[in-house]
Design a protein around this ligand. Structure first.
Ligand SMILES: Cc1cc2nc3c(=O)[nH]c(=O)nc-3n(C[C@H](O)[C@H](O)[C@H](O)COP(=O)(O)OP(=O)(O)OC[C@H]3O[C@@H](n4cnc5c(N)ncnc54)[C@H](O)[C@@H]3O)c2cc1C
Length: 327
């Protein structure tokens, strides 16, 4: 392997966890490579962030650009590429990207976050981006003056509804349970929009069918709402949580919990030597998935990776010499 492609730490993930780790590892003078299939992760599409210390309000994408700039200034290489394979060879990790390029590192950080949970209904995939969406910040502006429904009773759904209210004429929030669980500041904003007649809550109900041929035409609810199970809407936003992206880690033998999160110690160490995890991919901090917790975990993971590196050196240097290739 070309010496240029051998790193001390590879982070799979360029969200808050991966970039924070890169900042710390860069200051430890480790040679760092960060991969991100979607630069900046969820934060890039989260819209305004009002709870990251140091910024009263900052756009999520801008926040991630600032983290990128800081990591790059400390020597990190960032590639907006998807990793498709990770293998362990004599304590050296070999990472292969979608383009077929290979890189190696003595330590690996899984900062892979999660992906949107789907309803799992017929038509959902076919009508994705044709009326069915998973990101209100990205696709909400397309519904100016229209009627949309937000599925989910959590903070993501409420924040999405509040944002979409800037454009849409009417927003229904469909909640399966008996309560809406949003951050108080987002909840208060939603209440104001309910009072203004912009948002309507449909409680203890669910989407039973997604109807449409080439684009969404309506949804059918499980139970009647105002005398009908049909709800005519232009857009459906599904905000029902996330599924951890842990397949690559699983392939390396990294232990997962029953929901697919990577199990890590409070020092972000996994069961596989040289492998660390940080951010939404772990169940730590009581599952409190925010930028500040992801960044904190990234910082700790980099510190643990550095401890491992100081003790073991970069095992890739030995591995590639042993296998007789140029280093
Ligand atoms: C709509 C919304 C609003 C939010 N609002 C806020 C808020 O106001 N304040 C706040 O603090 N938090 C907010 N959050 C939560 C916050 O965005 C997350 O907690 C944070 O993004 C977690 O960071 P992470 O680095 O762990 O994961 P992510 O940000 O999900 O990043 C994961 C990274 O891994 C990459 N990746 C995964 N698999 C691969 C692969 N195979 N190859 C290459 N790259 C890969 C992805 O491309 C991405 O770069 C919000 C989230 C959402 C969805």
């Amino acid at each position: 392997m070309d010496k240029e492609n051998i790193f001390d730490l590879i982070s799979i993930g360029s969200g808050a966890a991966g970039l924070s780790a890169a900042v710390y590892a860069g200051r430890y003078r480790m040679r760092v490579l960060v991969f991100g299939a979607d630069f900046g992760g969820y934060t890039s599409i989260a819209g305004p962030i009002e709870n990251y210390p140091g910024y009263k309000e900052i756009d999520g994408f801008d926040l991630m650009l600032k983290m990128k700039e800081q990591a790059e200034a400390l020597g990190t290489t960032i590639k907006d590429e998807k990793v498709v394979r990770v293998e362990r060879q004599d304590g050296c990790f070999v990472v292969t990207t979608e383009k077929g390029d290979a890189y190696s590192a003595g330590t690996i950080l899984f900062a892979t976050g999660s992906e949107h949970r789907k309803l799992g209904l017929p038509n959902e995939t076919e009508l994705t981006s044709r009326g069915v969406h998973y990101c209100a910040t990205c696709d909400g502006p397309a519904y100016a003056g229209k009627t949309v429904a937000m599925v989910g009773g959590g903070d993501g759904s409420v924040k999405g509804a509040n944002l979409t209210a800037e454009y849409a004429a009417k927003i229904y929030i469909i909640v399966r349970g008996q309560e809406v669980r949003a951050e108080p500041i987002n909840y208060e904003e939603m209440k104001k929009l309910i009072d203004a007649g912009k948002i309507e809550l449909i409680m203890e109900n669910e989407v039973a069918q997604i109807v449409g041929t080439n684009k969404l035409e309506k949804i059918v609810l499980k139970k009647e709402y105002k005398g009908s199970t049909d709800l005519i809407i232009d857009g459906l936003f599904i905000e029902i949580g996330a599924v951890p992206r842990s397949e690559l880690a699983k392939g390396l033998g990294v232990a997962l919990d029953e929901r697919g999160h990577i199990i890590a110690t409070p020092m972000m160490v996994t069961n596989v030597p040289g492998v660390f995890a940080a951010g939404d991919i772990t169940p730590l901090f009581g599952g409190f998935k925010q930028d500040i917790t992801a960044a904190a975990m990234g910082a700790v993971a980099a510190t643990s990776a550095y401890q491992y590196y100081k003790t073991n050196g970069n095992l890739c240097q030995t591995h590639w010499k042993v296998s007789g290739e140029k280093t």
